[in-house]
Design a protein around this ligand. Structure first.
Ligand SMILES: *Cc1c(COP(=O)(O)O)cnc(C)c1O
Length: 262
């Protein structure tokens, strides 16, 4: 498909953050992420096609995302629903698949069910119920990943590991939700020895869960700083932001309550 690419003009701030040629920057970064995925797959003895790259576009302004689209990106992962809604309105003429990866308040489900293809942060029965009711009205289904807190950090969203199986048992009441797997945010650290236990934990939880819940197959884990390790640990979806779009100026604390990076 030939993308309808207009060339939005760049503000001085855009140029500071994305350089004079964001298309070149995104293409270069994508190629390098792709190379790293290929190498991690080789290390893990996995076929490249078993890993899906979900680019995370949060904080990248909508007009800049036209360059991402031009670079071939079609799945756009956003953390905050309001940000996704605004960008979608601005990019309505592009064939984008929107994926919401961040915590959602129950009173915001209607915004998500209008357009999102998948949701990676399902973490309560109340939310499942609200999503299902809204999806029912719109006569559609939604792919969901159940978020688990594997880091034991109190600040993180997600079910506690011991809550997972009872939660999955109850999901059958919500037929509009199509469970795909589990999602986690590992500990934020550049020390892989700290990150690895979270990734392993999610895989172990999946291996148990899948016995009674065959739809719980995939692992959504791995971000810019740990996606290679996540692939080695079995990730099916890696959610990568900064390695593609460059450093964000918004602190992570805007998206989830975090302790300072160790
Ligand atoms: C921002 C974000 C990512 C990507 O993080 P990077 O470090 O930029 O790769 C992944 N998952 C979620 C839920 C996010 O909010």
């Amino acid at each position: 498909m030939n993308a309808p690419i207009d060339t939005p003009s760049l503000t001085p701030d855009d140029i500071k953050r994305f350089g004079p040629d964001p298309l070149a920057m995104f293409s270069r970064n994508l190629a390098s992420v792709e190379e790293r995925i290929v190498r991690a797959c080789a290390r893990a003895g996995r076929a490249r096609e078993t890993v899906r790259l979900l680019p995370i576009t949060k904080t990248v302004p909508a007009h800049i995302l036209r360059f991402a689209y031009a670079a071939g990106i079609r799945d756009f992962g956003e953390n905050k629903i309001q940000e996704a809604v605004a960008k979608r309105a601005e990019l309505a003429n592009l064939a984008i698949d929107w994926c919401i990866v961040g915590h959602l308040q129950t009173n915001k489900v209607k915004y998500l069910t209008r357009f999102a293809r998948e949701f990676h942060a399902l973490d309560s029965v109340r939310l499942a119920e609200a999503l299902n009711a809204r999806l029912d009205r719109e006569d559609r289904s939604l792919d969901v990943y159940v978020q688990v807190n594997t880091s034991a950090e109190e600040s993180k969203y997600g079910l506690q590991p011991e809550e997972l199986l009872p939660f999955l048992d109850g999901l059958g009441r919500f037929p509009r939700l199509k469970p795909r797997g589990l999602m986690t945010l590992a500990v934020f650290s550049t020390d892989l020895d700290k990150v690895r236990p979270c990734l392993e934990r999610l895989r172990e939880l999946r291996d148990v869960a899948v016995k009674d819940h065959p739809a719980i197959r995939e692992l959504s884990m791995g971000m810019s700083n740990d996606f290679e390790e996540a692939i080695v640990q079995g990730a099916d979806v890696v959610r990568v932001g900064e390695a593609i779009f460059g450093k964000r100026s918004t602190p992570d604390g805007h998206y989830w309550p975090v302790a300072a990076k160790p």
